[in-house]
Write a protein that binds this ligand. Sequence first.
Ligand code: PAF
Length: 285
Amino acid sequence: MKVYRSIKPLIEEIGRLKRKQKSIGLVPTMGFLHEGHLSLMRRARRDVACVVVSIYVNPIQFGPKEDLRKYPRDLRRDTDLCREVGADICFIPDTRTMYPDGFSTYVNVEDLGDTLCGASRPGHFKGVTTVVAKLFNIVRPDTAYFGQKDAQQAIIIKRMVADLNMPVKIKVVPIVRERDGIAMSSRNIYLSPDERKEAVSLRRSLDLARVLYANGERDPREIIKKMRRAILKEKDAKIDYLSIVDLKDLKDINRISKNALVAVAVKIGKTRLIDNVILSNSQTA
Ligand code: PAF
């Protein structure tokens, strides 16, 4: 596996691969890799000739009060894992490389980035789309891989790719869960054992939504009411949002008639966790 820390040699390597007509897959990450990331890499490994993994904690997607400084990092372990999974290239830039002095161009997907996570993390998705657009320009992947756990992020990136005619296919890979049902996240490490037990309530509430839907409930308000109750049983849980939205435009819906995204964000103590499930037409009791 080749490791690149600067952009120019990586672009040259990508040029060589393109001339040999090798297909390229990109897995963008912020490191502290877990099974969720590895499932994206394994999927890429199956699909393409050359798997590129980027590891970069992107400061412009963190708000001033967020956990940028203490965001978990373990580069040695990350590169070992990339190698084990069979990645070909690991790109590990620093911030001077990604945002040199004078940097002033941002990519912003309007509206879709203002709801759900965007409402409580203003500017977050602008930071995500900017760094992802830069990575797409550097790596020029045929396919890029994102996790369903960050459902809103995947929807926004698809919108950016369509709007800006970027020649890349976006693949969204299912959520990987811990044994207790919590969606894998680098932030799970912040949870104390007691908080971890409370964090299972996100998954429990989503299971409840699935059961209610399978039994014929189509009123989002009814589902949300019961989910809210399930989460608020936990003493340290504070709901940031709990929404049932249209899968395409992320707008609230009055009645579930086609595929809907049930998305939750909950703070357990100081840790903000997100999770989601798609209620699809084909789902029955
Ligand atoms: O999902 C993430 O880890 C990040 O938002 C991403 C896509 C790597 C951009 O920094």
